[in-house]
Design a protein around this ligand. Sequence first.
Ligand code: SF4
Length: 351
Amino acid sequence: MRTEDIMFSLVSMIDRPSPRGDVIHTTDITSCLRFAYKQRKKLLPTNIKMFIGSAVHSYFQSIVKAKSIEPELSFTYRGIKIVGHPDLLTYDGKVIELKHISTFYLLDKYCNGSPIPRHIDQLLMYMIMSGVNTSYLIYMSIREGFRVYEVRCRDLFIDNIYKRARELREALKNNEEPPPEPSFFCSRCVFRHECNPEETHDFLPQLIKFNGSINRRTKYENMLTDYIIDYTERIRTFYKYLPITEQPERSMYIFYSDSVLKRLLTEVSDTIFNYKVRLDGENHYFPCYKRPDRKTFNIIVPFVASTTRESLEDFVIEMIRRSNILETIGRNRLFVARFSIDGTLRLFCLT
Ligand code: SF4
């Protein structure tokens, strides 16, 4: 019963609503308009998948040197103000957007190796807002590393943006749900049970016609991979011993797990705080959950797994058994939280 209690609290802490106000955002326009409408009206909660994505985003931003992180940009077109927050704006004036993807196969199979159309639209809008003419779209995959696209443009035709922004604004004003826009995104959409959309593998069509080019930049892909390997080599936790043979893949797992750990420690709630643990002669800090009605606390060790690697959880539990955490706090107070990139969360108690 105690595991269920903690699980429930953990999920409610993560599943907090994210109000968006009245402003039209770039992501509203590039997603299904019905989704954007429902998100506004129902205060869509974040889900586990979004939580992992956002944790990895913040972690990545904090270690990459950039002029500003999530700068607010905006432009007004025919009386409608559209706001956007690209992930990074670099010192040399480049816009960088990070996207999580389960596998690059999706890009190869459904987009002929190019980026997803709505992501190109998002970057193009950021370029209009910031006045830059080169930007980078970085796809991160826990299993496959990085894929980087450089997007350059000269002329943009943006009438469709205005049309969709106006449609959404009118729908919100009149409380009228826009029609569904079935796409690949529906299978992952939290409203799919209300919509019952037709199944499709197509993405929403690209909105902005642009005169430019999209190139894959393997130079940057290798650079980012080296950077993550180098960074995770310096993180001293038992994550380092995860049994994955490929070095880049192992480093990505460590990077994702450490991101979730840090996000839980710093941003989730006051009921989670740091607990210092000595491992290999060094201090490490793990999220510690304290129930409001009790004086005792429980340590949560999060790790991120891909859907196909169930065996990782046994290994993480084994590593904890070998460490001195159990001796220090007792086994019935230590929980392993398995965050899966498919959006599920499982909790194990080491009793
Ligand atoms: S299920 Fe599809 S059509 Fe319905 S709101 Fe979600 S994305 Fe839009």
